[in-house]
Design a protein around this ligand. Structure first.
Ligand code: ATP
Ligand code: MG
Length: 437
């Protein structure tokens, strides 16, 4: 696939060159090719203007005419072809929306952020490396094109990109670049939270999240975002080595907040500030809330001496009913990773309970006969047909009661046994009412 992708890019570059324009593959694809890493997409830079690009290729989409970008569709793939440009004026420490076309590749490469991102390859496969990108890659260092403080001042997002690239590519920060970054980091406050989120997500969900966090903490980047983040408190925690062992994004983010000692509400607030999707905020804060529920159900004073494995199983499954099994599976992954988080749920004296949970928790979830109301063998209508049952809050309570029994295995999830349970419950309710009146 990727070879075909590259061939398409070469064809586009040749076509432009044959038509008398200059054209190159540029940026990330050149970097990744030199590093022998898989290339996600090939970007092309050309002296041709967008209209000229549109004239030259059969299938194009005007995806970013304002930025000089035309998408060319070729062989089932798409390529961004962008006219050589400079970024005329930077306002408010962000990249401008207006661009100015320039005539030379050199001008175009000069505006790019890091030397490794500022290389090009022509139609003959010749590398154009005007700023020492290859040398820096050989030294495995990340370096700004031009003066770091100027470049970070033009567009503060570059600092987050720098941290991400350093972590993801295992590069050290060249000294001037690092010092420029440290001095410029307060400018991050000018960057929209969704752009901050996109970079943070790639760092946390990437291949070396612990290194990314180390750099985020060292640079104090988390303290200078436009909207304050509770996550900035992660500064106090030294080592995030285990983070990469968590497989999905939800678990990683939840671990970050949980270990920083932030509540589920604080977690949700932060993720909202970061403009994460609702589904994502929900999934992550459920993990945090499930942790809180476990903690509440297993407080040391009540749990340490009296709690039995059966009580533990019940509180675990009840949390699964409330917050969903995916949240509990992820929480289990976090507990398995970090004994301190497990201890936070059970208190320092609950070693055996914690060990139980680690051993059995995943199996308990797997064995749950029912995981939600929809799977219950009786419906609200069935219950309303019982004598003495009226619509209203009591119905919801009864359904909840039955779900609890079925999910915990105290009653089979079958119609008749559950209706029997319901009758017994109603009888005990009316007895209780009679006693109090
Ligand atoms: P990846 O796609 O893995 O994030 P990339 O380097 O391809 O890496 P893109 O955001 O796709 O990153 O940008 C393509 C190229 O545009 C970069 O290689 C770089 O040359 C340039 N570029 C992107 N963002 C900036 C920026 N904020 N400042 C300067 N140049 C940038
Ligand atoms: Mg890219």
């Amino acid at each position: 696939m990727s070879e075909g992708l590259e061939q398409g890019a070469v064809r586009i570059v040749r076509r432009l060159t044959e038509a008398g324009y200059e054209a190159y593959m540029v940026g990330g694809c050149v970097r990744d090719k030199l590093l022998g890493r898989p290339v996600k997409d090939y970007d092309i830079a050309t002296s041709a203007r967008p209209e000229q690009v549109q004239d030259l290729f059969e299938r194009t989409v005007p995806t970013g005419l304002r930025h000089g970008t035309v998408t060319v569709l070729l062989g089932g793939a798409s390529y961004e072809v962008t006219t050589f440009r400079a970024e005329a004026e930077y306002e408010d420490y962000r990249r401008p929306t207006e661009v100015a076309y320039v005539d030379s590749l050199e001008e175009d490469l000069k505006r790019r952020d890091f030397t490794m991102n500022a290389m090009a390859i022509d139609a003959e496969g010749q590398l154009v490396d005007l700023f020492g990108g290859q040398r820096d890659l050989a030294k495995r260092q990340l370096r700004c094109v031009g003066k770091p403080e100027e470049r970070f001042g033009e567009d503060a997002l570059r600092m987050l990109r720098a941290l991400r690239f350093a972590a993801e590519y295992g590069l050290t920060m060249e000294a001037m670049t690092w010092h420029g970054l440290l001095r410029s980091i307060p400018l991050l406050k000018h960057i929209a939270m969704e752009r901050v989120r996109a970079e943070l997500a790639r760092m946390i969900e990437g291949s070396d999240p612990d290194e990314a966090l180390r750099l985020l903490i060292l640079s104090k980047a988390l303290r200078y975002t436009k909207e304050g983040l509770a996550l900035a408190a992660a500064d106090a925690i030294g080592d995030w080595r285990e983070l990469r062992r968590l497989e999905d994004a939800e678990a990683r983010w939840a671990y970050l907040y949980l270990r920083t000692g932030l509540s589920s509400a604080e977690t949700a607030d932060d993720l909202r500030r970061l403009t994460c999707s609702r589904a994502f905020i929900d999934a992550v804060s459920r993990i945090a809330a499930a942790h809180e529920a476990m903690r509440a159900a297993n407080q040391p004073d009540s749990a340490a001496e009296t709690a039995q494995p059966e009580e533990l199983r019940r509180s675990w499954l009840r949390a699964a009913l409330r917050f969903g099994r995916p949240a509990l599976r992820r929480l289990h992954g976090i507990y398995a990773l970090d004994a301190a988080c497990l201890a936070a749920a059970f208190g320092p004296h609950a070693g055996p309970l914690g060990a139980q949970l680690l051993q059995r928790g995943a199996a308990w979830l797997g064995e749950m006969p029912v995981t939600g109301m929809a799977e219950l063998a009786v419906t609200g209508e069935d219950l309303l047909a019982l004598p003495g049952m009226k619509p209203g809050p009591a119905l919801g309570r009864l359904l909840g009661e039955l779900l609890d029994k079925a999910a915990l295995g105290a009653a089979p999830n079958e119609r008749e046994p559950l209706l029997d349970e319901a009758r017994r419950f109603l009888a005990s309710m009316s007895n209780r009412e009679n006693e109090t009146t």
